[in-house]
Write a protein that binds this ligand. Structure first.
Ligand SMILES: Nc1ncnc2c1ncn2[C@@H]1O[C@H](COP(=O)(O)OP(=O)(O)OP(=O)(O)O)[C@@H](O)[C@H]1O
Length: 390
């Protein structure tokens, strides 16, 4: 087969350490020097329009049309390219047999034959043939060192049936897409390109080595691919939130995404009101340097906020990112800050990293001097708990 891979000169456009930190969700006040308030969330970023319209595949006409519209709207940035800069290009074969067929984009892969097509990886998208996949939808890549094939794990948006898009909520579902490169060296270059774009790479030993402990010595090793290290998180889950559905939602829909992204997680389920606050006020940050993920409603987030801000080492505490998986009956914070309200989109936002600073207010009780922190609203009077701050 023709050797066709080409590493673009733009590959040297690596992320600066600060950019990498932001993408990995490691950003802190110290790292970026731009956050004025303690609590940070995955930021809402611009999306590649092609895949946001629902389907995994977009025809090149659509791309041109979208590009024209993009340029028409954004006249300030005339040089902007919808697909970003090129990272790697070459020929790939879509392995339709091993590609999962579980969503609306099925037809786009069924139509593909086993011929090699032109493919390219850019800083914003992965393009093969007439298909465009936004990197925002890519969770990770799996690769067995020394083989020709690699699998891209994605969560693209499902397309609502024609005419019903304004009535139905579109969702995301998993789709694994397997590709064959011309040879193992090229496969490694593709996979390294994904790693450069901050996609987690699940690098596994050669299949023969896996199966029989055989020594496969001549090929490349895992160390050829510079993967980002797996983030370490503490997950605090309120099993009572969302009328008791949060554990099911977390284990069924969210945990598989985090595992696919290589997260190392400790999951703690709260046993009573105040438990999350105690955890946040006493946790050793070296066990969760990449953040605390709250699974529940606004109440559990508020407990974590107050636990962190009540610590003696407050300065260090405010640099710990808080992620939110909305499974409660009231999830106004994540909706206001991120514009998402379903657990899968929130999980993907956490995986993709980025941070959003939010303001925090403090309410001081005159009689006792006790300070309570909040981010959305503070009630006083005859509400369910008498007094509430969220
Ligand atoms: N295991 C638990 N048992 C009882 N209450 C708990 C438990 N864990 C946390 N809580 C309390 O439950 C409150 C509400 O939790 P959360 O906001 O996560 O869920 P929710 O479904 O949105 O709740 P609500 O129905 O009150 O809106 C929190 O403020 C917290 O103090």
């Amino acid at each position: 087969m023709q050797k066709s891979g080409s590493l673009s000169k733009n590959t040297s456009l690596r992320l600066t350490p600060q950019q990498s930190l932001r993408r990995l969700g490691l950003c802190s006040q110290v790292a970026t020097g731009q956050h004025s308030s303690p609590i940070v969330f995955p930021e809402k970023r611009g999306k590649v329009k092609a895949s946001r319209h629902g389907d995994l595949s977009v025809s090149s006409d659509d791309i041109k049309k979208t590009k024209r519209e993009d340029h028409r709207i954004d006249i300030v940035d005339e040089q902007s390219d919808l697909l970003g800069y090129e990272v790697f290009s070459g020929k790939l074969i879509l392995d339709a047999r091993k590609t999962s067929k579980n969503n609306a984009s099925q037809t786009s892969t069924e139509n593909m034959n086993q011929d090699a097509v032109d493919a390219k990886l850019t800083s914003k998208a992965f393009v093969w043939g007439s298909c465009v996949l936004s990197l925002e939808d890519v969770i990770s890549v799996s690769y067995n060192v020394g083989v020709r094939h690699f699998t891209v794990h994605t969560y693209p948006m499902k397309k609502a049936p024609c005419g019903l898009s304004c009535f139905m909520r579109s969702g995301r579902s998993r789709k694994d897409i397997r590709f064959l490169a011309s040879n193992s060296e090229e496969a490694i270059q593709w996979v390294s390109g994904f790693a450069d774009q901050q996609c987690y790479v699940n690098c596994l030993p050669h299949p023969l080595k896996q199966a029989s402990d055989m020594v496969v010595s001549d090929g490349p090793s895992e160390s050829h691919i510079k993967c980002k290290s797996p983030p370490k998180m503490l997950v605090i889950l309120n099993p009572r939130s969302g009328r008791g559905r949060s554990s099911k939602v977390f284990h069924g829909m969210v945990e598989p995404i985090f595992k696919l992204a290589g997260f190392k997680m400790e999951v703690v389920k709260t046993t009573s009101a105040g438990h999350a606050r105690n955890l946040a006020s006493s946790v050793d940050f070296s066990t969760c340097p990449d953040g605390i993920i709250c699974v529940g409603g606004d109440g559990i987030v508020n407990e974590v906020l107050n636990g962190l801000l009540g610590r003696d080492n407050q300065k260090e505490a405010i640099s710990i990112p808080i992620g939110i998986i909305p499974t409660g009956s009231d999830n106004s914070l994540v909706w206001t800050v991120l514009g998402v309200r379903d657990p899968v989109s929130a999980a993907i936002a956490i995986v993709k990293g980025g941070l959003t600073a939010t303001d925090v207010f403090a309410v001081e009780w005159i009689q006792t001097g006790v300070v309570h922190f909040g981010m959305t609203v503070s009630y006083f009077g005859f509400v369910s708990d008498g007094v509430g701050t969220f």
